[in-house]
Design a protein around this ligand. Structure first.
Ligand code: PHE
Length: 448
C-alpha cells in the first residue's frame, strides 16, 4: 500500500551518506551522555562498568539499531507505517505507533531542558550566573518562574524551522553545522578540565576499574543506558532510515553511530570528573549536576564564565540535534496520515508539542509545581513512563519484528550470511530477554 507513503520519501528528499551518519550521531549524543553516563560509570565501578557498557552497545545496541534502520529503509515510511508495509498487518503498525507516541512525549520535556541549557549559556557568557554563588537557589527560582516557557518556545521554533526545511537542507544541514561545533567544544573543554590542578584524581575515579561494584544492578543500568543513549526504541532510527539511500551500508552506519556515541560519552566523563574533583564537588547526575554543581567550578576557574558558556552551548547542541530527531518521528507519522505538506505538518506538530510540554515546563517548580502524583511531578512522570515503559516496549517490538516476522530483513541489512546468523540470534534470543529484564528492573517489578 504505497498510499501510506509520506512526502519526501522514496526518490525525493534523502540523506547523503555522511549526512545520515551525522544526523544519527546527533540524535544519539544527548543530555544522557553528559549527565547520566559519567555518574553511573563512577557509581558502578569506573572502567569495569565502562567495559560492560561497551559490551552492551555491541551485543544489543548495534543489532537493534541496525534492525531499526533496516525497517525504516525497507518500509520507507514512518515508525508505524513501515511495520504495516513490511508485514502487511495493521497490528504491527499499531505497535509501532507506541514509539511514535513515546518520542512525542519525550520531546515535550526534552525541549524544556534544552531551553534551560540555552538560558544558562546566556547567563554564563554575560557573567550574570556568577552574581551570587547560591546556584541552587538560582536554579530553583528560574524553573519556578515562567521563563522556562519562553525558552521552551525558542527551542520549538528552532526545531520547527529545521524540520520545515526538510531532510537534506534541514536535518542534514543542521547536523553538518552543529556536529563539528560539538567536537570542537568537546576538545576545548576536555583540555580545560584535564589541565585543572587535581584533575587526575577525577580521571582515576572515572577510569579505575573496580570489579567489586559490578553488581547485577550495574549490568542492567549499563543495558538500559546503552538503549537510551543510542536513541533506540522510539522510532527514531526507523524514521531516519526511511530517508537513507539504497546503496548505503546500514551496518557501517550503525557501527559509526555506536562509536561516535561511545567516544562522546568517554569525553563527557573526562570533562565532568576532573572538573568536579578539582573543586572538591560531589559528582551528581541530572539537572543538579549541570545547573547547580558545575557552576561552582566555573565560578572558581580562570575565564570560567567563558568555559561555562561554552559548556552550556555544548549541552544545547547535543540536546537540539536529539530534539530534531524526536520531533521528526511525529512529523513523518502525521504526514502519512493527514497528507498536509511538510511545512504545515511541522508547524502544527510543533504547536501541539509546545502545549503538551507546558505542564513539564511548569511542573518542576513553577506554576503547577504543587501538582504531583505519587511523589513525582508531571515532568518526572513523563520521563519515567517514556524511558522505563514505552522505550523497552518499543525495543521489544523491533527485535521481535526483525527477528521473527519480517522475512527480508537479511537483504535490507546487507549482512554476509555469517553475520546475519549472529544478528538474528541476538534479535531472537538475546536482546528480547535482556530488554525485558531492564524493563522489569527499571519499573521496580524485580529488584536485587
Ligand atoms: N540519546 C539521547 C541521550 O543520550 C537521548 C535521546 C533519547 C534522544 C531518545 C532522542 C531520543 O541523551
Amino acid at each position: 500500500s504505497s498510499e501510506l507513503q509520506g512526502g519526501g520519501k522514496g526518490g525525493g528528499d534523502q540523506f547523503s551518506r555522511t549526512g545520515f551518519i551525522l544526523a544519527a550521531i546527533g540524535s544519539s549524543v544527548g543530555l544522557g551522555n553528559m549527565w547520566k553516563f559519567p555518574y553511573i560509570t563512577g557509581k558502578y565501578g569506573g572502567a569495569a562498568f565502562f567495559l560492560v557498557f561497551i559490551i552492551c552497545l555491541i551485543i544489543i545496541g548495534l543489532p537493534v539499531m541496525l534492525a531499526e534502520m533496516a525497517i525504516g529503509r525497507g518500509g520507507r515510511g514512518s515508525a508505524a507505517a513501515s511495520f504495516t508495509r513490511l508485514s502487511g498487518k495493521k497490528t504491527w503498525g499499531g505497535l509501532g505507533f507506541i514509539s511514535v507516541l513515546a518520542s512525542f512525549l519525550i520531546f515535550s520535556y526534552y525541549a524544556v531542558v534544552a531551553g534551560w541549557t540555552l538560558h544558562y549559556a546566556m547567563l554564563s557568557f554575560t557573567g550574570q550566573l556568577f552574581s551570587s554563588t547560591d546556584f541552587g537557589g538560582r536554579f530553583d527560582s528560574f524553573i519556578g518562574s515562567y521563563w522556562p516557557v519562553f525558552w521552551q518556545g525558542a527551542v520549538l521554533l528552532l526545531t520547527v524551522v529545521v524540520l520545515a526545511a526538510g531532510i537534506s537542507s534541514g536535518i542534514e544541514r543542521f547536523n553538518k553545522i552543529l556536529i563539528p561545533g560539538l567536537v570542537i567544544l568537546l576538545i576545548v573543554l576536555v583540555v580545560r578540565s584535564l589541565t585543572l590542578e587535581g584533575a587526575m584524581e577525577g580521571v582515576s575515579f572515572f577510569l579505575n576499574p573496580d570489579f567489586g561494584k559490578l553488581t547485577p544492578e550495574a549490568v542492567l543500568a549499563a543495558l538500559g543506558h546503552a538503549f537510551f543513549s543510542l536513541s533506540l526504541g522510539m522510532g527514531i532510527m526507523i524514521t531516519y532510515g526511511a530517508y537513507v539511500k539504497k546503496q548505503q551500508s546500514l551496518s557501517g552506519a550503525a557501527f559509526a553511530v555506536g562509536l561516535g556515541d561511545l567516544l562522546y560519552a568517554l569525553l563527557a566523563g573526562l570533562i565532568i570528573f576532573p572538573t568536579t574533583f578539582a573543586f572538591n564537588l560531589e559528582p551528581a547526575q541530572g539537572p543538579g549536576l549541570v545547573f547547580v554543581v558545575l557552576p561552582v567550578a566555573f565560578e572558581a576557574m580562570p575565564l570560567g564564565a567563558w568555559f561555562g558558556g561554552l559548556f552550556f552551548i555544548l549541552l544545547a547542541i547535543a540536546a537540539l540535534t536529539s530534539a530534531v530527531s524526536l520531533l521528526e518521528v511525529s512529523v513523518s507519522f502525521l504526514m502519512e496520515r493527514v497528507r498536509w505538506g511538510r511545512t504545515k505538518t511541522v508547524w502544527i506538530t510543533g504547536i501541539i508539542c509546545f502545549i503538551v510540554g507546558l505542564p513539564s515546563a511548569l511542573s518542576v517548580g513553577g506554576a503547577v509545581g504543587g501538582l504531583s502524583f505519587g511523589g513525582k511531578s508531571i515532568f518526572d512522570w513523563v520521563d519515567f513512563v517514556t524511558s522505563n515503559v514505552m522505550l523497552p516496549f518499543g525495543g521489544l517490538v523491533v527485535t521481535i519484528f526483525a527477528g521473527y516476522i519480517w522475512k527480508n530483513a537479511a537483504e535490507e541489512a546487507g549482512l554476509t550470511a555469517r553475520w546475519f546468523k549472529v544478528w538474528l540470534f541476538m534479535l531472537r534470543y538475546v536482546a528480547p530477554i535482556l530488554v525485558m529484564l531492564v524493563f522489569l528492573y527499571s519499573t521496580g517489578i524485580i529488584h536485587f
